[in-house]
Write a protein that binds this ligand. Structure first.
Ligand code: ARG
Length: 487
């Protein structure tokens, strides 16, 4: 080290002293740029990249009405516990309502530095009303806050999806009523099986959708429990009236284990599963409609408003809405798998991985909302081609089973009857004729001269009169039942 003269040494020591003092001051008076929620512990601003990486406000802003409702209920409980004066509570409530209006009207400025919707709202409140705002987070953590907000969001979304499903059921029901007597083939293996009616076919989807609604209602019951008061994971030393908060927010009760309440995302997984299954049902409906609208089937036509053309082939009228519904089901299932994969292997309680629950949730809710809306509209304006449906159903092979049943009624065991009719079908094929015109006495003397009645389509449907089968009378009965159910 070179020899220093006295003044250089003095300057060096002063410099060191200044550096130590600056560091000391920095801890006493933290960097005002450090994130305001945890500024006490930090002297450095979060790196830009980390802010971009960790922010969720660009999507969790959707939680704002629930966050505000939760904060007001929490503040009211604080006032009742004498942690806030009445005046402070009023300031908080008014400030939060103002923020709510600003967000609704697009005037609110969201900031990535404040990470999520919870901190954005709290910071804005404190900016607006001063010291009372910084009391709001007493006895609360973002962990119980986010769990509360997402439960409220799911509850709200379930209610809206339930009514959208009912709307689609009504559109299907109206078509079922128009076509209660429209006969078409029912298929297995996509091979013509037996005659049914379009009404019966469409009501099958009404049934599926009803089960989806039941599952949603069940999920709603299970999730309607308030986690507020669970704190970060171990409750709080400051006791607020949890039941009063839960009641104000419309919950049926309070959670009973703070660690479970913070870590639990079962309700989102359940909800995403139900939406996936609903998506699968709508995808199957789409596939049926795509087939029905093909030239090969020619059973149905969708309106021009719900189909698209081709930029190249002038004749095309494509069922894109159905295809998109079928395709979007992949996203719904993907969202479920993304969440389950994020949950698997997480230790109790909160881990930041849990922030990854939101995009799948919002995406599935918004996707299914649009799917339900557009399908209800499309189905309401769909036309069925009654003649083409009937033509396809007039294939006498569709009544081969009825012919076997005819033999059973004459005392032939079903397996033998099946074999005899099978032989008749092969014989008709060989002779290039149809089953109803074949001389059946060549096959067996069990066939009488009254087989003609078997090949009457209307008669065949009328005979399917057991509950759940597609006789006209049954289908009309079901239509009446659904009308009452969905009124
Ligand atoms: N944005 C966070 C999330 O959605 C809120 C909870 C943050 N909690 C925490 N301990 N960092 O998960």
């Amino acid at each position: 080290m070179p020899q220093l003269d006295l003044w250089s040494w003095v300057y060096l020591q002063l410099g060191r002293f200044a550096a130590i003092l600056a560091a000391r001051l920095a801890t006493l008076h933290p960097n005002p740029e450090a994130p305001f929620m945890w500024k006490g512990r930090f002297t450095q601003q979060t790196a830009d990249l980390v802010q971009r990486y960790g922010e969720s406000v660009s999507y969790d802003w959707r939680l704002f009405p629930h966050d505000i409702a939760g904060s007001i209920a929490h503040a009211r409980a604080q006032m009742n516990a004498r942690l806030l004066t009445e005046e402070e509570f009023v300031q908080i409530e008014t400030g939060l309502r103002e923020i709510e209006r600003e967000i609704e009207e697009g005037e609110f400025e969201f900031s990535n530095e404040l990470e999520d919707i919870h901190m954005n709202i709290e910071a804005a409140l404190t900016r607006k009303i001063g010291p009372a705002g910084s009391k709001l987070h007493t006895a609360r953590s973002r962990n119980d806050q986010v769990a509360t907000d997402t439960r409220l969001y799911c509850r709200f979304a379930i209610d809206s999806i339930l009514s959208l499903i009912a709307g689609l059921q009504k559109a299907l029901l109206a078509q079922a009523e128009n076509h209660a007597a429209t006969i078409l083939p029912g298929y297995t293996h996509l091979q013509r099986g037996q005659p049914v009616t379009a009404g019966h076919h469409l009501l099958a989807y009404v049934e599926m959708l009803e089960r989806d609604k039941q599952r949603l209602s069940d999920c709603r019951k299970r999730l309607n429990v308030c986690p507020l008061g669970s704190g970060a994971l171990a409750g709080s030393t400051i006791n607020l009236d949890r039941s009063a908060i839960a009641q104000e927010l419309g919950f049926d009760g309070v959670s009973t284990n703070s660690m479970d309440a913070i870590a639990d995302r079962d309700y989102i997984a359940e909800f995403l599963f139900i939406l996936s299954l609903l998506g699968a049902h709508l995808s199957r409906l789409s596939e049926d409609l795509i087939l029905w609208c093909s030239a090969e089937f020619g059973f149905a036509a969708l309106s021009d408003r719900h189909t698209t053309g081709s930029s190249l082939m002038p004749q095309k009228k494509n069922p894109d809405v159905c295809e998109l519904t079928r395709g979007k089901t992949g996203r719904l299932v993907g969202n479920l798998v993304a969440l389950l994969t994020a949950l698997k292997g997480l230790p109790l309680t909160y881990n930041r991985d849990l922030q990854e629950d939101k995009e799948p949730l919002f995406d599935s809710v918004e996707t299914i909302t649009l799917v339900l809306e557009v399908n209800a509209e499309m189905i309401a304006s769909m036309d069925l081609n009654i003649e083409n449906c009937r033509k396809a159903a007039e294939d006498p092979l569709l009544l081969a089973t009825d012919l076997a049943d005819y033999l059973v009624r004459k005392g032939v065991p079903f397996r033998d009857a099946h074999e005899l009719v099978g032989k008749a079908v092969a014989c008709a094929e060989e002779q290039d004729t149809t089953l109803d015109t074949l001389d059946l006495s060549l096959i067996s003397d069990k066939f009488g001269n009254d087989t003609e009645s078997v090949f009457n389509l209307e008669g065949a449907l009328r005979a399917r009169s057991n509950p759940g089968s597609p006789s006209f009378e049954n289908v009309m009965g079901e239509i009446q039942r659904w009308k009452v159910e969905l009124a």
